[in-house]
Design a binder for this molecule. Structure first.
Ligand SMILES: Cc1ncc(COP(=O)(O)O)c(C=O)c1O
Length: 465
């Protein structure tokens, strides 16, 4: 029998060679790396990851895209998944399975104003389901007839598939992938530091939120079905809207019968110091999409969670020939994998049992405080965040807020990595402004680890700046 160690054994040099020969990394300008060895991560424990050459890093990015919320090395998730796989790995989601049912029940306990859970495999796909719900409802429900359009916010990201990309407010992510889908239109972002209306909060009359109404009127209120927003913009540069923002957005949506889709793919599961990102605001979304922290990324799973009133739009009579196709005709093969829901149940149990949302709130406040000590350094323009989700925006000139060059930004990030801390940054998203470093450590982070992160960032800025 092959032992566990045998199965995981490899020869380092041949893996390094094979990486170059066979693997096309995500979001990677490979030409730049033709003569360089790239990072290969082989182990993780808590917040520490080790690369194939044995170098250890403190991961301040929760796996690069803010998703390993309970940290690495959680045996209980692996064991729960293993037991479930042995018992029942898969049956298509056209039927129920026990972990799917149990986790759906758990999600509705955590999102009590919503009523039904629809599973799929990635954040992009969870958003695609939400768009399909909007579009199909616009065909089959008299009250929503023709309301197929979805409005998205500038700087928000909603995924890589063509629909989700069409609903993304980041020009560089969309560039060269056209023609994109019809039926999507943007409205302004909510970042005060670079106010789209050249105003100063609180004397701004919330122009950014009010602009949604202008876009609805321009697009035609009878054609707009929904808006999609991240509660706190993630990849677009860590943007925390002011408290009045969402109530105003919601009142505009209500006025025109427009649904609100809240993309909690990044913010959900405690990232921002409350269980849900939208818990920071007085807002009541009609649909919530989830992925990443849902399983702490130990398995691939996403969910589209909807209000009972949305679900009911699809409760038509299949025996009636006129209604025959008027149920939600959508399926994802892997939406029936039991391992995802099992990992999600265990990851969520850990978050609750270890009170990790409280730790995110407490350590998040400490992280922001410590980052603020960097404010007077050259190149530091703005520092912002909520919970364990913080960003530093770099500028060449603090007065004019001119962003630093991409090259300098890359050098700062590389220097912080060289100091042994993995941080993220805006990455080919915002033309001329991919200059925001982001920190999103696992929710188990300690004060000492935060000190280590801030010291590495300070050194990185001082060495490059
Ligand atoms: C807010 C948000 N929504 C959706 C997605 C897409 O998720 P996935 O990469 O799992 O498709 C992302 C990915 O980073 C995201 O940040």
């Amino acid at each position: 029998m092959t032992s566990k160690t045998d199965r995981l054994a490899y020869d380092v040099d041949s893996i390094v060679r094979a990486d170059k020969e066979y693997l096309w990394h995500h979001m990677k300008p490979h030409k730049l790396f033709q003569d360089q060895e790239q990072m290969i991560i082989v182990e993780g424990q808590g917040l520490i990851v080790k690369d194939i050459r044995g170098k250890e890093y403190l991961d301040a990015s929760s796996g690069g895209v803010w998703s390993v919320v309970v940290g690495y090395g959680r045996d209980s998730i692996a064991e729960a998944v293993c037991a479930q796989l042995k018992k029942m790995p898969y049956f298509a989601g056209v039927v129920g399975n026990v972990p799917a049912i149990q986790f759906a029940q758990k999600l509705i306990e955590l999102l009590p104003r919503l009523g039904k859970v629809y599973y799929s495999n990635s954040g992009s796909e969870a958003n695609e389901k939400a768009f399909k719900i909007v579009r199909q409802a616009a065909c089959i429900n008299a009250g929503r007839k023709g309301r197929y359009k979805v409005l998205y916010r500038d700087r928000d990201y909603h995924g890589t598939t063509l629909g989700a990309l069409s609903a993304t407010g980041q020009a560089e992510r969309k560039q060269d992938f056209g023609p994109l889908c019809d039926g999507f239109a943007g409205f302004p972002h909510a970042l005060c530091y670079r106010c789209a209306f050249d105003q100063n909060y609180p004397g701004c009359n919330m122009a950014c939120a009010r602009a949604l109404e202008d876009v609805i009127l321009k697009e035609g209120p009878d054609s707009v079905g929904a808006i999609i927003v991240e509660p706190i913009t993630a990849g677009g540069g860590i943007i925390v809207p002011v408290p009045e923002y969402y109530p105003l957005l919601e009142s505009i949506c209500k006025k025109y019968g427009v649904l609100m889709i809240m993309d909690e793919v990044v913010c959900g599961f405690g990232r921002t110091g409350k269980f849900w990102g939208h818990d920071h605001f007085d807002v009541d979304p009609d649909m919530v999409t989830l992925a990443k922290g849902l399983t702490s990324s130990y398995e691939a799973l996403s969910a589209t969670v909807v209000k009972e009133s949305v679900y009911e739009l699809f409760l038509n009579d299949p025996a009636d020939p006129a209604d025959r196709l008027n149920y939600f005709r959508d399926i994802s093969t892997y939406g029936g994998c039991t391992s995802g829901m099992t990992a999600a149940l265990e990851s969520t149990r850990i978050i609750e049992q270890e009170d990790l949302v409280a730790n995110s709130r407490k350590m998040g406040a400490y992280l922001l405080d410590r980052l603020m000590t960097l404010h007077d350094l050259p190149l530091v323009g703005d520092i912002r965040g909520q919970g364990l989700f913080c960003g530093i925006e770099f500028v060449a000139d603090k007065k004019t807020k001119t962003p630093i060059s991409e090259k300098t930004m890359a050098q700062i990030v590389a220097q912080v990595h060289a100091e042994g801390v993995l941080v993220g940054r805006t990455n080919t998203s915002l033309p001329g402004n991919n200059t925001i470093m982001n920190l999103a450590p696992a929710l188990i982070v300690t004060r000492d680890q935060i000190d280590q992160m801030v010291t590495a960032i300070k050194t990185g800025i001082e060495k490059i700046g």
